[in-house]
Design a protein around this ligand. Structure first.
Ligand code: MLT
Length: 261
């Protein structure tokens, strides 16, 4: 791992391999470790940049309001610091929400987009309200309940049965995440703008990846999003739920490598 200073914060990241840069952006409330099976494989042909977003994992929080846009701005500061002109942005779920913002505000820094297990639509009022309740609960009681409950929603039944180490990794990352950061990110996701209208304007090569059994960002909704991006590719990862890179890394890596070629 490497630590670099961005603004006032120390950011933790993996920077491995050489070639065209790919930026791997984790979901909520996770950290770089959800990409553990991508690093070796993708770094054979690419420079893989895999940060902990501000406040997550070992990265320090930034001061000021949290938003998907702010995270995207922060990632641009990061690639500036690493002297990278353009990246393939690969974000999962919350990472994907940040990806839409990266495209919207920094598209000159983007040469390809990979949207994994994510959606373009904003939250409904019901979902946003649920996030406010969840944020309050995390601030009052911590992340233990979330750590106990989320893996069953994130992983497919197949993974829950066969990938105990990965399930435990995710449980412990959630349990150890900082309460304030989790609450702020939860609220920020509830306030994110709707990116659906942007899809038809995306003109760079775009790959959508979905888990066959993703119950959080379902296949049909992602397929609809993909249909709106001209020329986009769509890959469904067998046996996987919401965490496709962790649940079926062979299929996931193959999809990314073929797309990068
Ligand atoms: C994630 O995996 O990042 C979350 O499921 C995103 C969300 O809560 O919408």
């Amino acid at each position: 791992m490497t630590q670099i200073k961005i603004g006032e914060s120390i950011i933790n990241l993996i920077d491995v391999g050489s070639g065209p840069a790919i930026l791997l952006v984790h979901g909520f409330p996770l950290d770089h470790s959800m990409w553990r099976y991508q690093l070796d494989s993708l770094s054979e042909t690419a420079r893989v940049i895999c940060p902990d977003l501000p406040g997550f994992g070992e990265s320090e929080s930034e001061s000021g309001p949290v938003s998907m846009r702010r995270f995207a701005d922060h990632l641009v500061d990061l690639i500036d610091e690493l002297e990278i002109e353009q990246v393939t942005f690969c974000g999962l779920s919350m990472g994907g929400y940040i990806g839409w913002q990266f495209w919207k505000n920094h598209r000159n820094r983007l040469n390809r987009l990979i949207a994994c297990n994510t959606r373009a639509a904003a939250d409904s009022e019901t979902v946003a309200r649920g996030r406010r309740v969840s944020a309050e609960s995390v601030l009052a009681h911590g992340t233990k309940m979330m750590a106990d409950e989320m893996p069953a929603k994130m992983f497919s039944a197949h993974s829950l049965q066969h990938r105990a180490n990965d399930v435990e990794l995710i449980r412990s990352v959630i349990a150890e995440s900082k309460h304030e950061v989790v609450a702020q990110a939860q609220l920020a996701m509830g306030e994110r703008p709707d990116a659906t209208e942007w899809l038809a304007q995306i003109k760079i090569p775009t790959l959508f990846i979905v888990g066959e059994h993703d119950g959080i960002t379902p296949l049909a909704e992602m397929q609809e999003n993909a249909n709106q991006v001209t020329g986009s590719q769509f890959v469904c990862i067998p046996d996987a739920g919401h965490l496709s890179p962790l649940e079926n890394p062979i299929a996931f890596n193959q999809a990314v490598i073929e797309f990068m070629e």
